[in-house]
Design a protein around this ligand. Structure first.
Ligand code: UDP
Ligand code: MG
Length: 310
């Protein structure tokens, strides 16, 4: 029986590029030796994207669509796609053509060679400004220092996994606050990387605001590292040492003028700053614990098109 490739595409307000994406992707997919399905996950778009997707699904039976009940975020969309696709291999990619469909035949080749996880690593990012490239590089440095698991620099949300790995992601990685590409890189299995050049966005604009990116970075650090929690211990040791030094200094200068008011104020402010920072960090961890505890769904599906099951 011919093998099936599922291409999972997350869509949030992408009306300007969807048709072009569909054309380019179908053209490439028609040339691969596997059968394919194109599964679009509409993450609560509020523009014309849902209508365009429904139209594509009517025209082409290989196009499947999942409509979320509201915006649940890019990661949730990819997870829904992995949950509901039937392929022997699955590719997750963006709809804005920054992830070139032309790479898909290479991915299929790697699957045929027996690889289970294929990470796409970008060599150049045309669309991101220098600031985004710099902060992204700094983020990967930091997370690699803080976390026990290793993250590939420049790994993107463009990756492919086999049915077996998708099954692992479906059953064992259901955290509410998550970093999917981190899991994909750390499940093990036979894995490889393929390099690609990220193109500029075909049309429309990025849906990730600076605020979302900061939130995302903080969540990732909290999810993959317990080191910040231990800062309190280091700060405590440091404060104890500082106390000893001040004590000795006071003892030795006994009888001299009492030390300055400014010193006290500065020391006070500094110690409180450290204390509040640590309380804030603990707060981040508690917030995530609370979110996990509530166990709310990762996404809610309102409607589907061309889906056989569910
Ligand atoms: N996306 C999504 N939900 C969101 C934000 C984005 O499904 O809440 C999709 C978006 O349509 C695109 C992909 O995720 O296909 C990547 O988003 P974007 O291109 O805006 O991010 P960037 O490439 O700028 O990091
Ligand atoms: Mg993009």
């Amino acid at each position: 029986m011919e093998r099936l490739l599922s291409v999972v595409v997350s869509v949030y307000n992408e009306e300007e590029v969807l048709e072009q994406f569909y054309r380019e992707a179908s053209q490439v997919l028609a040339g691969i030796p596997w059968d394919y399905e194109l599964l679009f996950v509409n993450d609560g778009s509020v523009d014309g994207s849902p209508q365009i997707l429904n139209r594509l699904a009517e025209r082409d039976g290989r196009v499947k669509v999942i409509h979320f009940s509201r915006n649940f975020g890019h990661e949730a969309a990819m997870i829904a796609g992995l949950d509901h696709s039937n392929g022997d291999g699955m590719v997750c990619m963006d709809a804005d053509l920054q992830h070139p469909p032309a790479c898909i035949p290479q991915i299929v080749e790697k699957f045929e060679e027996g690889y289970q996880v294929i990470n796409m690593v970008r060599t150049r990012n045309e669309s991101a400004g220098w600031l985004k490239n710099l902060t992204s590089a700094a983020f990967y440095k930091l997370i690699n220092v803080l976390s026990d698991v290793h993250f590939e620099d420049n790994a993107s949300d463009f990756f492919a996994v086999s049915r077996k790995v998708a099954e692992v992601l479906r059953t064992n990685y259901r955290e509410r606050v998550r970093f999917l590409r981190g899991y994909v890189q750390n499940v093990g299995f036979k894995r490889t990387t393929i390099e690609y050049e990220a193109r500029a966005r075909a049309a429309g604009h990025s849906k990730y605001s600076i605020r979302k990116l900061i939130r995302f970075s903080v969540n990732t650090i909290v999810c993959f590292s317990n080191l910040p929690l231990k800062l309190g211990i280091y700060a405590g040791l440091f404060a104890a040492l500082l106390g000893c030094v001040v004590l000795l200094y006071t003892l030795f200068t006994r009888g001299g003028a009492p030390s300055g008011y400014a010193t006290i104020v500065v020391l006070n402010c500094f110690m409180f700053a450290v204390l509040f920072l640590i309380v804030g960090i603990i707060g981040e961890y508690i917030a995530i614990l609370f979110t996990e505890l509530k166990d709310r769904p990762i996404y809610l599906i309102e409607d589907t098109k061309n889906m056989t099951e569910n």
